[in-house]
Write a protein that binds this ligand. Structure first.
Ligand code: ADP
Ligand code: MG
Length: 257
């Protein structure tokens, strides 16, 4: 689905140049749920913004669903993004003045979906994230966990092929985090490809693969072994290093960044 060949992205400041993505090679296949770990400033958000075509690259090749994105104009990238990608952010990014259902309906306006179809899709997705009873509320009236479920509903209402999530549980307590992670895992099992930046190494077991970044480079790359759902809840804390299957970098331990 996604292929990076020697991709770089730098930011030029007053005096120094920061290399946020450094000649990165990366392939992400359809159906994967990829977790990205790494210390603050290592380029995680930049990578997600590039994947979501909110940001462009300086050098290298980037293809998405066979499209040569590095050669595309901003307009062409925006079209691809709209058709294929849903975003979830740490701080939810809901519009304060709109109700829950209006927030979720918004992307459907941009897709020019007819009114009755909009209502059908919003109803279905409200049920899906179990927030129908709050549909007329403003975001400020909801808990953090509920707001993130609304944000997920907004991201998935257009049925995207790729969901990008930047620390989706960063502002949530452990109970709400578990709910959000279980929901993401379900979406992945139903066919969505997911790329998630996370500060929480215990959450990588919901995914299928984990990479670790350092200074804009991929330093480890592992598959996560499949586990039954019931076991995941029990084993969710601290033991993830036992759950991974060494692939690319044999013998390299994943460390918590
Ligand atoms: P992470 O999400 O892993 O914390 P980022 O991708 O946000 O890291 O940032 C990687 C590096 O690029 C950091 O050194 C950051 O300061 C720099 N950076 C990110 N975005 C910008 C920007 N818009 N302008 C200047 N520097 C930036
Ligand atoms: Mg970040």
């Amino acid at each position: 689905m996604i292929k990076f060949n020697q991709v770089s992205r730098s930011f030029i400041g007053d005096e120094v140049e920061t290399v946020a993505i450094d000649e990165m090679n990366l392939t992400i296949n359809e159906g994967e749920f990829l977790s990205i770990l790494g210390p603050s400033g290592c380029g995680k958000s930049t990578l997600l913004n590039v994947l979501g075509m909110l940001d462009s690259i300086d050098t290298g090749e980037f293809s998405f669903l066979e499209n040569p994105v590095d050669k595309y104009s901003e307009q062409q990238r925006a079209r691809l993004r709209k058709q294929h990608i849903g975003f979830i952010f740490q701080n939810f990014n809901l519009i304060d003045e709109l109700t829950v259902e209006q927030n979720i309906e918004l992307p459907l306006y941009y897709h020019k979906v007819a009114k009755t179809e909009r209502k059908r899709l919003v109803d279905a997705v409200l049920k899906r994230v179990d927030i129908s009873h709050r549909r007329k509320h403003l975001p400020a009236k909801l808990s953090g966990g509920q707001q993130q479920r609304v944000a997920i509903a907004r991201a998935i209402v257009t049925n995207p092929d790729l969901i990008l999530a930047d620390e989706p549980t960063g502002n949530l307590d452990s109970k709400n985090s578990t709910q959000v992670m279980a929901l993401l895992q379900q979406l992945n099992q139903e066919g969505a490809t997911i790329v998630m930046v996370t500060h929480a190494p215990e959450h990588i077991i919901y995914g299928t693969r984990v990479i670790e970044l350092l200074d804009g480079k991929v330093i480890t790359d592992h598959l996560v072994k499949e586990k039954p759902n019931s076991q995941i809840e029990k084993e969710a804390v601290g033991v993830y290093s036992k759950e991974i299957d060494s692939t690319a970098d044999q013998g390299v331990e994943v460390t918590c960044g």
